[in-house]
Design a protein around this ligand. Structure first.
Ligand code: ASP
Length: 331
């Protein structure tokens, strides 16, 4: 009944080939855990599996589905919890993907580091210890995938990387963290309800294509059309509560007639609205044209959810219903 740690590279495992040279992912899980004071006091054995030593920007959905299969095997073999260490750059997407698919009660905890092991004050060892404590904690059971950095426990559904360098980069802007790791104890104050997990065929996920377009001031609709070409679905990160330039409304409506188009907000927190604004390109107009609101899901999360849904064969109505459930805005 131990913990299994899967390592996927990232800053937490990076070192230079010479002192002072740029760092790359190359430390093994055994080297990482050897650098963690207090891990022995965890009171439970830790098994390490090195999976891919890559920067997290080079991870794919297929890597993640393989990892989840391996993590499921570890749990079925008796692991009481799983830790995944990886780069922080894509951690909000990978952990959300995992949360949508993780069917077990055992905690699945993602962690990483903002300061690599060659710097003064690397945060990897503390994050690894906090993640392992969380994976072993009875209180963390049944919460799906969690994100643990900086002694904070976040729901993978809501955590975001909101700073490029600080150790406190991960926040849950709409909800706050679920709890904290303090004096070796995991204190959780909130238990959000889980959604039923999705089931997917990895081969179908690999061939399903979903694009993301972020609208910008004086945006060019030709770029939108080019981005959507050959895709099975599209996420649009709109301004504010879900707005686009007026001249995007018609092309977006045309696209929504051909594929599911999900409307998210590019702001980083807060929901897409339903019925407050009425100008061309507003949320009300776009919903009338067939776009599906992402609720509180960030554009990055919306893209993960849409790709998994479409890989599972969901039609537009099922996609809309799923975003209603997962978007968290009660629609
Ligand atoms: N570029 C790194 C990665 O995501 C950054 C990190 O680990 O924080 O792999």
């Amino acid at each position: 009944m131990g913990i299994t740690l899967f390592t996927l590279g990232g800053t937490i495992s990076m070192a230079g080939h010479q002192p002072g040279s740029p760092v790359v992912s190359r430390l093994t899980g055994a080297q990482l855990t050897a650098a963690v004071p207090g891990l022995a006091a965890l009171g439970t054995p830790l098994t390490v599996e090195d999976v891919h030593a890559v920067p997290s920007g080079s991870l794919t959905f297929t890597h993640l589905l393989d990892l989840l299969a391996a993590a499921s095997r570890a749990v079925r073999a008796g692991a009481r919890g799983v830790v995944v260490s990886q780069g922080t750059d894509t951690l909000e997407e990978t952990s959300y993907l995992a949360d949508l698919l993780w069917p077990h009660e055992e905690p699945l905890v993602f962690t990483g580091a903002m300061r690599n092991p060659t710097l003064a004050g690397p945060d990897g060892p503390a994050n690894l210890l906090a993640a392992a404590l969380t994976a072993a904690a009875p209180a963390a059971r049944g919460l799906g995938a969690l994100v643990v950095l900086n002694d904070e426990v976040h729901a993978a559904r809501w955590a975001r990387k909101a700073h490029s360098t600080r150790t406190g980069a991960f926040v849950s802007p709409d909800t706050g963290p679920l709890g904290h790791v303090v004096e070796g104890g995991v204190r959780l104050f909130v238990r959000p309800p889980r959604q039923p997990v999705l089931r997917v065929d990895p081969a179908a996920v690999a061939r399903t294509r979903v694009a993301l377009h972020t609208v910008t001031l004086d945006d060019d609709p030709d770029v939108l059309t080019a981005v959507a070409t050959g895709q099975d679905g599209l996420v649009v990160a709109g301004f504010g509560v879900g707005h686009v330039p007026a001249w995007f409304a018609e092309p977006l409506g045309d696209l929504a007639a051909r594929m599911p188009v999900v409307l998210a907000s590019r702001t980083g927190s807060g929901p897409v609205l339903h019925r407050t604004y009425g100008a061309p390109g507003s949320e009300t107009d776009l919903r009338h044209r067939g776009l599906i609101g992402a609720g509180y899901l960030s554009p990055y999360r919306a893209r993960v959810l849409l790709r998994l849904l479409l890989a599972g064969g969901a039609d537009r109505d099922s996609v809309a219903a799923a975003f209603g459930r997962h978007g968290g805005d009660g629609s």
